[in-house]
Write a new protein. Structure first.
Length: 158
């Protein structure tokens, strides 16, 4: 279509807006010269000079975010559950310690690389270092309750 317009040629008769996925350009009648070349096209006959309101319907987007997060968490936990179900071995994940959340309880924020998941973990071995890599196995997972618990892995899986 762009080539036809650059060469100032007429648009084929059988072509429709549905074929293009956008409005079908029309030749401006007063822009056609003696040789039949088109000087200007109308790209959108209904085009209005209105400003786009980016805030319109933002309430719907904001309302949908918690549902999106819950759905994503559910399917992440369901993936872990199915993985446990399908293997006789321990399901072990490589994790990175992001920081301490509660030093009295040895609770840490960890990042589970394979799942792309930031999660809370209660350390059984006490203090962990920021940025430390640890291997954790899944102790339990309940997708519908959004519960996932880890324990220290007996060995590195790889």
């Amino acid at each position: 279509m762009n080539e036809l317009m650059k060469e100032a040629r007429e648009i084929p008769v059988g072509l429709s807006a549905g074929d293009l996925g956008c409005y079908l350009p029309e030749a401006k009648e007063d822009s056609i010269d003696e040789e039949g070349k088109i000087g200007e096209y109308i790209l959108d006959p209904d085009q209005r000079e209105e400003q786009i309101d980016y805030k319109a319907n933002m309430g719907l987007v904001i309302a949908a975010r918690p549902l999106q997060r819950k759905s994503q968490a559910y399917w992440t936990y369901e993936y872990v559950r199915r993985r446990i179900e399908s293997t006789p071995d321990e399901v072990v994940f490589e994790c990175m310690v992001l920081g301490c959340v509660d030093s009295d309880r040895d609770q840490y924020s960890i990042y589970v690389h394979e799942l792309g998941l930031e999660h809370r973990y209660l350390s059984e071995r006490g203090t962990l270092k920021l940025g430390q890599t640890i291997w954790l196995k899944v102790a339990s997972v309940y997708p519908r309750m959004e519960l996932l618990t880890f324990t220290m892995a007996s060995r590195k899986q790889g």
